[in-house]
Design a protein around this ligand. Structure first.
Ligand SMILES: [Zn+2]
Length: 313
């Protein structure tokens, strides 16, 4: 039974907004585009595993949690809780050849055009996650073993040099492997298993990747302001008689600025002042900025002179 579903990572929308608002020849575009590509590939691989596990009905009771974010920077792609063990799956979706290296541990990716890229070792990543989950289970008083496997999302990924004793499975075999898992005798009751699932859910921490500009060391003056047309995406809209108007596709909108303010929070700062809003949306008056911010259901922080608005969480 799935007790937590996967969400599309917020950072994907953030990278897209950043690329939209950076100048065409800005030097860091390449790095951001790569981050976006790898985040898209990552969620693509994880969703493929989710689809393959849709038909998972093993002979033992279990709970599945997708995309678990726990304290201590612990992120697990998929977690399965049973009455005798906890199983962690770490999904990899990188194109080309994936070569496991040891001493020191790393993953070398040979891309389809022959470039070699170094990545953190998924073996170490999985073992570290295993240790951290063991620690949580000990604190919560659950005597369960933790196991893990690295999952290769697509058959087109070629894997070499898998260290002995490491489980590296193709996504297509995960269902059968888990189904036939040699399950030790149950150590906890069904009620305890359910309670453990609930406790992992309550330990969930939402990692906030924003704002992105300071993370990439991008000055705010490089972020293009304005309200982009939600239909043609290319042109910025003008404010005309309390509406947004696209000169290119003639769309009229009441709320096109919502997306822009959302992007301010993703890219620039966790709060926005009336002044910043006026400049970022390209409004003619502070009054107009204030009116729009008031209608956006944001949290208001600070007194009248230093009022800032933040996203409601
Ligand atoms: Zn338009």
């Amino acid at each position: 039974m799935i007790i937590k579903y996967r969400n599309k990572p917020a950072k994907i929308a953030g990278y897209e907004a950043l690329l939209k608002r950076l100048p065409a020849h800005y030097e860091k575009r390449g790095v951001i585009q790569e981050k976006l590509n790898s985040a898209r590939a990552g969620i693509g691989g994880e969703e493929r595993l989710d689809r393959l596990l849709d038909f998972f009905e093993p002979p033992y009771p279990h709970l599945l949690l997708q995309d678990v974010e726990l304290p201590d920077h612990l992120q697990i792609d998929t977690m399965m809780i049973t009455q005798s063990c906890v199983f962690l799956l770490e999904v990899k979706n990188m194109s080309g050849i994936l070569r496991f290296q040891e001493n020191p541990s790393a993953l070398h990716q040979v891309t389809p055009n022959g470039e070699i890229r170094g990545h953190k070792s998924p073996v170490i990543q999985a073992e570290t996650a295993q240790l951290k989950v063991e620690k949580i289970l000990k604190l919560l008083n659950f005597p369960l073993r933790v196991q893990s496997a690295i999952v290769i999302a697509y058959p087109s990924q070629i894997v070499e040099n898998v260290p002995p004793g490491t489980k590296v499975w193709s996504a297509d075999e995960v269902l059968v492997r888990l189904y036939n898992l040699d399950m030790p005798k149950p150590k906890i009751s069904l009620e305890q298993m359910k309670s453990l699932g609930d406790q992992f859910l309550s330990l969930q921490q939402k990692y906030n990747p924003f704002p992105l500009a300071p993370k990439f060391d991008i000055q705010l003056q490089n972020i293009e302001n304005g309200v982009f047309c939600p239909r043609c995406r290319l042109k910025k809209m003008d404010r005309f008689q309390r509406k947004w108007e696209c000169k290119s596709c003639f769309l009229l909108s009441n709320d096109a600025h919502f997306e822009a303010v959302e992007e301010w929070f993703m890219l620039c700062q966790p709060t926005i002042t009336t002044n910043q809003c006026k400049d970022f949306l390209g409004l003619s008056s502070l009054e107009a900025a204030k009116r729009l911010l008031k209608r956006m259901e944001l949290d208001e922080i600070g007194g009248r002179r230093h009022r800032r608005y933040a996203k409601r969480i």
